[in-house]
Ligand binder design. Structure first.
Ligand code: FES
Length: 174
């Protein structure tokens, strides 16, 4: 574009374009808007992270296993819905063993023939008390508390007892 000076000489004027400043303003506003949205989302994530979680309330979940006499001494009964085995020991006491391997969490089946739990993943084995017979399992199978009320065996599946090895105090007797 060429404009005329007072003396009639042509002076080159750099075209600024009418849309330049508004477009720039629009971009600035858009970027600020995006930054605000990102900041709000970021704050939302932080607030969500810091908000106290509700405790799991499964602590009193109970599976009624059945009457004491249903379980023979030296037997292992699977309760797949409760994810445990109910063991009745030779002396009549009860243990509820988690079926989760303490190595990497595979489900451990009971072998009646071999009288032991044998993990299919990395070959750990456990005896009827849940004690480790062969590694890599680092510790005994977890326990669930057992209650016997009116000769009915109940297992509290909401509470897991972590242990290193079997102790007689872990046994519940009728
Ligand atoms: Fe059972 Fe590895 S998960 S031995």
């Amino acid at each position: 574009m060429v404009s005329r000076s007072r003396h009639g000489a042509g002076v080159a004027v750099k075209p600024t374009g009418d849309s330049g400043p508004p477009r720039r303003r629009f971009l600035v506003v858009a970027l600020l808007g995006l930054a605000a949205v990102a900041l709000v989302e970021y704050l939302g994530v932080i607030v969500d992270f810091l908000r106290p979680r509700r405790q799991r309330t499964s602590g009193d979940a109970v599976v009624v296993a059945g009457p004491v006499e249903r379980f023979q001494p030296n037997s292992v009964s699977a309760f797949p819905e409760g994810k445990f085995y109910l063991v009745r020991l030779e002396d009549g006491g009860f243990l509820a063993l988690s079926r989760v391997c303490t190595h990497l969490g595979c489900t451990v089946p009971w072998s009646t023939e071999e009288q032991r739990f044998a993990c299919p993943c990395h070959s750990s084995t456990y005896d009827i008390h849940g004690d480790v017979l062969s590694p890599p399992a680092p510790r005994a199978l977890d326990l669930y508390p057992v209650r016997i009320e009116n000769q009915i065996v109940k297992v509290v599946t909401g509470t897991t007892i972590r242990r290193n090895s079997f102790e007689s105090a872990q046994v519940t007797r009728a």
